[in-house]
Structure formats: C-alpha cells, structure tokens
Design a protein around this ligand. Structure first.
Ligand code: BGC
Length: 389
C-alpha cells in the first residue's frame, strides 16, 4: 500500500478508536444483585464508573461503599477500601464485631456518653452498644444504625459524574431518637477522581444528627498490610482528648508538641507507640481533630486531611464542610475479619477519616450544636479526592 494511503488508514483507525473510547468512557452506573438479607429483602450493588476508569461500588444495604478502584502513579488500579465480597458478611459483621466497613453512619456518628442525652428538658435513652475501657456508651447510631438499614436507591448520571441517591426515613423513636428523620445521602464519583458525599436531613421533632461515612482506606490496596507507613497531614491544631471510655473530656487541646500534631506530614506509625495517656486510651489514634477552618463559611469545603502512600504514590485528600474529623487507624481490627481478597484484616491495616461534629456533642454545651429542629435542613458534604504522585 502507498505510504500516504497507509497514513490515511492509520489516521482513520485512530479517529475510530478514539470515538469508540470516548463513547465507552462516559460516567456510568450499573446495578447487580448483591444477595438477600436474613429477612428476605434483596440488596443491590451499584458500580459507579467515571471516564478515567475509576470505580466505586456501593450497596443500598447500609449505603456501604464496598470497593474504591483508583490508579497509582503508574496508572494501575487497586481496590483501596476494606470490605467484604458478600452481603452476608456485612450483615454478620454488623451484628457481632462492628467494624462498620464503608458504611453510612447515623443518626449519630461516634459516641454519646452513657447512651443518653437531655434535649429541651427531656432525657432520651439510647442503646449502650459499645463499652470501651468497660464503660458503656452509644456508638454509631445504635443496634440498628443507618449502616444496617436497606436504603431506597436511585442511580444518577451526569456529564462528569455518576451518582447514587439513597433515602431512608428513620422513624420517630427509632433507636431511642426523637422525630421522624428523612435522610437523603447522595454519592458521586466525579471525573476528578473524587468521591463526593452529600448529606441532607429534615425532622419533625428536635433531634441530634451527625452523619458520616466509615470507609477504611489502605492506599497500597486492601489486604496489603498495615497503614503505619502512610503519611498523614491533618489541618487541625486542636483535638478533643478523651477519657478511658473514649468520651471527650470537653477540653479542646492544642496538638503542638504531642504525637497528635499532624499539621506537618508524619508517618502514622512514627509516634504511635509513644508513652502517652491519650494513645493508651485509644489503643493508638482514635480521636477527633478540630479542623482549622479559618474564616471559611459553614457550607465551604475545607481541606481536613491528606494521606500519602509512598510505595504506590497514591494520595487521598479529604475536604469537608464539617467542623471535625475522627481519625481512627484500625486499632480494633483483630484479624477475625477476612476481607475481599480473603486476607484477614489485622490491627491497623486500614484507616478512617470520618468527617463529623465531635463525639458526645449532645452532652457538651461548649461544642458546636448537632441538634436539628423542625423547619431546618441538615445539609453537609465531604469529598474524598484520589490522585497519585
Ligand atoms: C471509632 C472507633 C471504633 C470504630 C469501629 C470508629 O469511628 O472511633 O473507636 O472502634 O469506629 O467501631
């Protein structure tokens, strides 16, 4: 063939290939059955894909993010979210060990002291479903929190993002909380390799609300060892020290000069074994940092955290409208939970950065309020942004 014809043919083929690629890589969402709950209801698994090949899988059981596939510095995808491959494993985990892998947490993310609070002169009793240091408290919404309900789900596709809208009506009195709480959570996987989570809730009686997501990340890939060499930066110059029951003392303590100072990047394992009462209480890091929001408006996204994994170059940035972030480095993972790759998740093999209001706010008048009243809208967003360098 004449070289000019060959060149023309090659150009035509390239155009065709890029057209095919273009049409194949629009943001998309697919739905597959994810199994049946013990009570017979069917759950679905929704896989969101963006135009760069990143994927996030979410089930409407607990709004659980089951997989996050993002590239390393060479473009290799790995699943960086801890989790299970079956619905039954998630259902069983919730009932026993309570890792809350990837789940939506509510009505109140984090702990409430003694499992009770007083609101407008009335005392409300919650299930004390957690006993750190032998001291009972309410944790993550109770026995059947938002991580264990089957949410109504609607797939969404936009030009530059695939999404999943989840809705749950939490009934008046559910888990001891007052008011019918109408909750909508929308997950988006954007073409900027961001997982954006938008929370919305309204109520017909005053109630505490503190919603978050409980994804555990291992940026080298789930099941590939500890996260102790991940390098963490927290945009936070204060944190809330806790008592041995992991309830804030009420103090907003400076991190300066302590192993809690991540205002400059530090390997998570660098100071974790330091003799320090707070590290002893948490069994490592399991604390709430107050984000330095400066003069940012309440509905502005502010960078709370950055995690860098040196081997793969993966980076996770966390941006949020919330005032605080719980950094938990998987101290309670004990190897009893075998994950997707059948590898047991041992101590500190995943880390959580749960954006939220501080623990026990309903009993801590000095902390920003978590009370939602009729006529108000609880509206907040958090972005997990993935990249590599
Ligand atoms: C808490 C931990 C708890 C974990 C799983 C985290 O949000 O801070 O103390 O063990 O959730 O239950």
């Amino acid at each position: 063939m004449h070289p000019n014809h060959l060149r023309a043919l090659a150009a035509a083929l390239a155009t065709l290939a890029s057209a095919v690629t273009l049409s194949a890589v629009q943001p998309a969402i697919t739905m597959t059955p994810f199994g049946t709950l013990r009570d017979g209801r069917a759950a679905q698994l929704y896989t969101l894909a963006n135009s760069h090949g990143a994927k996030v899988a979410i089930t409407n059981y607990g709004g659980i993010v089951t997989r996050i596939l993002v590239p390393d510095r060479d473009g290799n995808l790995a699943d960086i979210a801890l989790g299970y491959d079956t619905l039954a494993a998630y259902e069983k985990d919730g009932a026993t060990t309570g890792t809350y892998f990837g789940a939506l947490i509510g009505r109140y993310g984090n702990r409430i002291a003694r499992g009770q609070f007083t609101l407008d002169g009335k005392t409300f009793k919650l299930a004390a479903n957690n006993t750190p240091g032998g001291i009972p408290c309410a944790l993550h919404g109770g026995k059947v929190g938002f991580d264990k309900v089957l949410w109504d789900a609607a797939p969404l596709v936009e030009k530059d993002a695939a999404g999943l809208r989840l809705r749950h009506l939490s009934k008046d009195g559910e888990e001891g909380y007052p008011g019918n709480l109408d909750v909508t959570v929308t997950y988006w996987l954007t073409d900027k390799n961001e997982l954006r989570i938008e929370y919305l809730a309204t109520t017909d009686k005053a109630t505490p609300v503190n919603l978050t997501n409980h994804s555990y990340f291992n940026l080298r890939g789930e099941g590939s060892g500890t996260i102790l060499d991940h390098v963490l930066t927290l945009n936070a110059s204060r944190y809330t020290p806790v008592d041995k029951g992991l309830i804030p003392t009420g103090q907003l303590a400076p991190v300066a000069g302590t192993p809690f100072d991540f205002t400059k990047p530090h390997a998570i394992g660098g100071r974790i074994e330091t003799q320090n009462e707070q590290l002893l209480f948490g069994g490592g890091y399991d604390h709430n940092w107050l984000i330095d929001r400066g003069s940012a408006k309440s509905r502005a996204l502010v960078k709370a955290a950055e995690v860098y994994e040196p081997v793969t170059g993966r980076v996770l940035e966390v941006l949020t409208e919330e005032p605080a972030v719980q950094f938990y480095c998987g101290n309670f993972l004990d190897g009893k939970n075998a994950g997707k790759s059948k590898i047991a998740y041992k101590k500190r093999t995943g880390l959580c950065l749960e954006t939220q209001h501080s623990p026990d706010s309903p009993n801590q008048p000095a902390f920003p309020s978590t009370i939602l009243r009729p006529g108000e809208r609880y509206e907040t967003a958090t972005v997990y942004r993935f990249s590599a360098r």
